[in-house]
Design a protein around this ligand. Structure first.
Ligand code: PGA
Length: 257
């Protein structure tokens, strides 16, 4: 994990109704107290404000992030939510490029790039998620896919803005499947991603960027993944829905590699 502060995100996806979301936020406020690890949770839109309120009232060191947003500041965009509306609700971080948005909701690399730029322009922190599908891995295209998604996603981002960007490497075949990349395979992909960032920006920026692993990370496998030199945290789906399981991952991240 080098000298980078580990970053663990909990992507609640389209799960947890109000009572469960608030109960989870409250349980996490009890359990997460230190600042060795940066922690953020990503509730569904209707619960952003109440979850942020609970965490704020409890002075919990947990940021609230949004799973999606629209790039325009306001106007006739039925159904969409702007970045400033999210900021009103206490949101400081946004997810961009998650595989479900790419492959289920049809988001393209150019839209993902527009979102990255709009969010950074608005002062948000960004987690840019990238990752290959199983057929791409089997065809030996893992690195090419990652480098391509990274290049598209970060086009036009300044060196200064890169300080607010985290990359999440999430092999699509590992998300929600119980299949995890081996620590060695994940490390290889992360090292290539860091190299690509050094090529696009410079080595100092690449050394500072956190690269999270995502894809069936849980309490029982977090430590060995996080022990890899280029894995700086995790983006967690299923295991983020239970306070103890999520907190176990945060505990694993707090242990110096
Ligand atoms: P998972 O999801 O932990 O359930 O595999 C990860 C993610 O989608 O970010």
């Amino acid at each position: 994990m080098a000298n980078r502060r580990p970053f663990i995100g909990g992507n609640w996806k389209m799960n947890l109704h109000k009572q469960d979301a608030l109960a989870l936020a409250s349980a996490l406020a009890d359990r997460v107290t230190g600042d060795a690890v940066q922690v953020a949770v990503f509730p569904a839109f209707p619960y952003l404000l109440p979850v942020a309120t609970v965490l704020h009232e409890r002075s919990a060191p947990i940021a609230v992030g949004a799973q999606d947003f629209y790039i325009k500041p306001n106007g006739a965009y039925t159904g969409e939510v702007s970045l400033s509306m999210l900021q009103d609700c206490g949101v400081t971080t946004v997810l961009v490029g998650h595989s479900e948005r790419r492959h289920v909701l049809g988001e393209t690399d150019p839209l993902i790039n527009d979102k990255v730029l709009a969010a950074l322009e608005a002062g948000m922190d960004v987690i840019l998620a990238i990752g290959e599908k199983i057929e791409q891995r089997e065809a030996g295209k893992t690195d090419a896919i990652n480098i391509g998604q990274l290049g598209y996603g970060l086009a036009g981002v300044s060196s200064e803005q890169m300080k607010r960007v985290t990359v999440a490497y999430e092999p699509v075949w590992a998300i929600g499947t119980g299949k995890t990349a081996t620590p060695e395979d994940a490390q290889k992909a992360h090292a290539v991603i860091r190299q690509a960032i050094a090529f696009m920006f410079d080595q100092t920026i690449a050394d500072g960027v956190r690269i999270q692993y995502g894809g069936s990370m849980k309490g029982s496998n977090a430590a060995e993944l996080l022990a890899q030199p280029d894995i700086d945290g995790g983006l967690i789906g299923g295991a983020a829905l239970k306070a103890e399981e999520f907190a176990a991952i945060i505990d694993a991240a707090a242990v110096p590699a």
